[in-house]
Design a protein around this ligand. Structure first.
Ligand code: FES
Ligand code: FES
Length: 192
């Protein structure tokens, strides 16, 4: 006779108990590959502060920021280079933290959304608020980091150019018209 599961039974067997260790992506990958993680002490400069972290060599900058440095402003969307939610700056240039090994950025300056404002909001942050350039907000930190670099690169001279040079940052809420307006306004203020 077939056993019929109730919804409650199904939920009870799928719940992770409180206090259970949830492995990071890098550690889970290591286990599935059947080898032990190889760790090193890594010194990172993030938002002008020094962090000394013990990391698996394969840990991404995204996981190091979020899970080890406590900087959760950088978001994990796809974790494979497709959405732009994890955009940070490395030595002033935009980079995808999910495709960057943390060990590879030693000696370089990493800037995240937490490091953008100094006292007052950064003009791009202010423009996003002014132009209502977000809905759920999940893509927003990546959009803003990308926009700051896009303006600095001189690639924000028209709506079409902003659309082209921000095309690596996806917004599932489709707030693109407001995002483009915010970037253009901030670029105008910066005189670019
Ligand atoms: S989380 Fe890095 S590109 Fe999507
Ligand atoms: S505001 Fe929701 S994903 Fe962009």
């Amino acid at each position: 006779m077939e056993t019929e599961w109730t919804r409650r039974e199904a939920l009870e067997t799928s719940v992770v108990p409180t206090g259970a260790t949830v492995e990071s992506g890098a550690n889970a990958a290591a286990e599935s590959a059947g080898d032990e993680p190889i760790e090193s002490t890594v010194r990172l400069s993030i938002n002008g502060e020094d962090y000394t972290l013990t990391l698996d060599h394969r840990a991404t900058l995204l996981d190091a920021l979020r899970e080890r440095a406590g900087l959760t402003g950088t978001k994990k969307g796809c974790d494979r280079g497709e959405c732009g939610a994890c955009t940070v700056h490395i030595d002033g240039r935009r980079a995808l933290a999910c495709l960057t090994f943390a060990v590879a950025v030693q000696g370089r300056e990493v800037t995240t959304i937490e490091g953008l404002a100094s006292g007052a909001l950064h003009p791009v942050q202010a423009a996003f608020i002014e132009h209502d350039a977000f809905q759920c907000g999940y893509c927003t930190s990546g959009q803003i980091m990308s926009a700051v670099a896009c303006i600095a690169e001189g690639h924000a001279r028209s709506e079409a150019e902003v659309a082209e040079y921000m095309s690596g940052n996806l917004c599932r809420c489709a707030a693109y018209p407001q995002i483009r307006a915010a970037v253009l306004a901030a670029a105008g203020e910066a005189g670019r």
